[in-house]
Design a protein around this ligand. Structure first.
Ligand code: ADP
Length: 307
């Protein structure tokens, strides 16, 4: 569509091809039950791994993510599934998915556009309480019925009855191995991880598997104009609920009200503050593998606290 002229006469900013825009228009029309024209696609920034756009259409705005099929063919398949699992829990708002698929080597995820506003006074409190309610959703084992992604990294979700086994075999060790293969972690830290694995059962208090967002940092929620927290871009699994809470502290964006409300709704086991860094070994390993650089130092500092 780049270079084309839409009906309103302004040049389109569409770094996408015309067949894709037409294809999306057909899918949108089918979903809405009436002919719908995409008039413009405005790039959005803030995501870390995909291209994102706000689509202007004659049925209002929609949100679109695209990527290339050759590199990550199932990224949006698993994102749609994860969003669906969170939505069906019925606690926190999640954007509706309109369509997900591939055309000529471009994968896409088309969804409801969430109009955003400043967070109002009670926002963080409502969010903390709702997250605690989401975490009450449980099942018999840690894991999920399918593997998915965190960012661009594959995430294993093989079922385990024991949290420490899951944490080692599906979270920490696959990424320690990957970092070692790519020379992004020093041999001393690999040994520290191996020592830590043996201690994990005693470090974590027993908890039932909790439905997690799985990648809960400040860019993965939105504040809607109606004051609701909206979850986006999840890496869903059933895990130890302290994983989600620890991650909210890794890059800021969640305030004291959030944590107070969570604790009021579903108090954490004593000593949870001392386990924040332990939980965050996983997202820091993710960042080390995706971006390298200073994350090796950050990982080493966390690791030395426990091993
Ligand atoms: P990525 O997968 O690349 O990390 P995100 O899913 O985080 O991309 O989306 C990129 C940005 O687009 C977000 O930071 C957010 O500001 C915005 N965004 C994401 N989903 C929506 C949506 N449904 N409606 C409106 N804006 C959205």
């Amino acid at each position: 569509m780049a270079g084309g002229m839409p009906q309103h006469g302004l040049p389109l900013y569409l770094p996408m091809n015309k067949p894709l825009v037409e294809h999306l228009g057909i899918l949108l029309s089918a979903r809405l039950g009436r002919g719908t024209t995409i008039r413009d696609a405005i790039p959005l920034y803030g995501g870390s791994v995909n291209d994102a756009f706000r689509l202007a259409t004659d049925a209002g705005p929609f949100f679109l993510k695209t990527n290339t099929a050759d590199r990550f063919p199932s990224l949006f398949v698993s994102e749609e599934r994860g969003l669906g699992i969170l939505r069906r829990a019925g606690v926190l708002r999640v954007p509706e998915v309109i369509a997900q698929g591939e055309l000529d080597g471009t994968t896409f995820l088309l969804m409801e556009h969430i109009a955003q506003a400043e967070e109002d006074r009670g926002f963080q409190h409502r969010f903390g309480r709702s997250l605690a309610q989401l975490h009450r959703h449980t099942r018999g084992t840690f894991g999920l019925d399918h593997d998915n992604f965190i960012g661009l990294l594959p995430q294993k979700n093989t079922a385990h009855a024991d949290w420490a086994d899951f944490m080692v075999l599906c979270r920490l060790d696959p990424l320690v191995q990957l970092a070692r293969d790519n020379q992004r972690i020093n041999p001393g830290d690999v040994l520290r991880f191996e020592r830590l694995y043996r201690r994990l059962p005693e470090l974590f208090p027993a908890e039932p598997p909790a439905l997690l967002h799985g990648d809960l940092w400040k860019n993965n929620y939105l504040a809607s104009t109606t004051g609701e927290p909206v979850l986006i871009d999840p890496a869903v699994y059933y895990g130890h609920r302290e994983m989600d809470l620890a991650m909210t502290r890794l890059f800021g964006g969640f305030d004291r009200e959030f944590h107070t409300a969570y604790q009021e709704e579903a108090p954490l086991a004593p000593g949870w503050e001392d386990r924040v860094d332990l939980c965050n070994l996983y997202p820091v390993l993710v960042h080390l593998n995706l971006f390298g650089g200073s994350y090796a130092n950050r990982l080493g500092a966390l690791l030395r606290r426990y091993a």
